[in-house]
Design a protein around this ligand. Structure first.
Ligand code: AMP
Ligand code: MG
Length: 353
């Protein structure tokens, strides 16, 4: 009698599983996660679903190696043996064309084309201005009593050497040449997101499509998790709570095949006379942009998301909102100076209930 009941149950189970092949397959996947520090100034973590731990381990090691390689390529502060990176370009590209590898050439082409669509927002040729802010910030953080604002004349002089038209990209020969000897590149506003997208593409090509990568405030996701959830949960930073609790969030969203990138005024800053001066500089004022505390962007490509996070941070919020409304598959959420939350029309659909 018992035996009969058991075999009836077994048949029923097999029948149910045959109705839902995804369910049967799902149980064979395990969730793995691992992270590392050392690239792009941030902790990078990878979560993935795989049928074997070796599959995930290999994916993780590929991702780590690739992040290290791309970090070196987009680094403006350090040279590396045998690599022509942003540092090399800033030192040598005004003397003559410098040959660069594909991942750097492509980043520069991609950004040059994109930034032309949004003048006076993001400009990777603004390195000379950003360098001044960087050294004043470093000085203030090391010796707070010496905290000061950069002299206006210094910023304006540097601003005369920030035209992307002076960066000649020779696609055929893979070379970069600066027409202006005082021009400096800084790809900090886009490099991390662009690199994250390249790694995300490799996760798919390698055969681990269900993953999420988080590099600081920069997330790229693939297929949904293999546990039945419709997407990956991503927290949206609470800008006011950041100093006390970097994990505090104002919202949780759910995504798959989407990137989520945040730019915020709390990420890097110093204070002069009790006022905060952060790291995202408005090219039209040469001062830190002061419309919002934070903007978070959801869009399919992580390079685009990083690009937009900076553009939408620099622009007046109404204008930024109008731009987002014209972009396909793109949503954004701003936290204003007085903690109002402004969202684009499709933002709510991403919220976790
Ligand atoms: P993000 O956090 O993506 O908004 O990028 C901020 C970083 O981009 C800064 O640390 C600078 O290196 C650089 N940056 C700041 N302002 C600008 C700007 N207006 N255009 C291009 N890069 C910028
Ligand atoms: Mg950005």
């Amino acid at each position: 009698m018992k035996k009969k009941l058991l075999s009836a149950l077994l048949i029923l189970m097999l029948f149910v599983l045959s109705l839902f092949p995804a369910l049967a397959q799902q149980s064979t996947y395990t969730k793995y996660s691992k992270g590392f520090f050392g690239t792009f100034d941030t902790w990078v973590s990878l979560i993935g679903y795989a049928t074997k731990s070796e599959t995930f381990e290999k994916a993780f090691s590929m991702a780590e190696q690739r992040f290290i390689q791309l970090h070196k390529l987009y680094d403006k502060y350090n040279p590396y043996e045998g690599i022509n990176n942003i540092y090399t370009l800033n030192k040598q590209a005004a003397q003559g064309p410098v040959r660069v590898e594909e991942d750097l050439l492509n980043l520069l082409i991609y950004t040059k084309n994109l930034q032309a669509l949004y003048p006076n927002t993001l400009n990777i040729a603004m390195g000379a201005v950003l360098d001044i802010w960087h050294s004043y910030r470093e000085e203030a953080l090391a010796t707070p009593s010496r905290a000061a604002l950069p002299p206006r004349s210094l910023l304006e002089e540097a601003a005369g050497h920030t035209s992307m038209d002076d960066v000649t990209i020779d696609e055929k020969n893979s070379t970069i040449y600066f027409e202006d000897p005082l021009l400096q590149l800084d790809v900090g506003a886009i490099a991390k997101g662009y690199a994250t997208q390249l790694v995300a593409n490799e996760m798919v090509a390698y055969g681990m499509p269900s993953f999420i990568i988080s590099a600081g405030g920069n997330v790229a996701s693939g297929d949904p998790p293999q546990d039945g959830r419709a997407g990956w949960s991503v927290g949206v930073q609470d800008p006011s709570g950041f100093v006390l609790d970097p994990l505090a969030t104002i919202a949780s969203i759910q995504v798959s095949h989407m990137a989520v990138v945040t730019s915020g005024d709390y990420q890097r800053y110093y204070e002069v006379d009790g006022k905060k001066y952060h790291h995202i500089i408005d090219p039209s004022t040469l001062l830190p942009a002061d419309h919002v505390k934070q903007v978070t962007v959801i869009t399919p490509d992580s390079g685009m998301a990083d690009f937009l996070s900076t553009v939408l941070f620099v622009l007046p919020t109404q204008q930024a909102l109008e731009i987002v409304e014209t972009l396909e598959d793109t949503q954004a959420c701003w936290i204003t100076m007085d903690d109002q939350v402004i969202t684009s029309s499709g933002w709510e659909a991403f919220l976790n209930n």
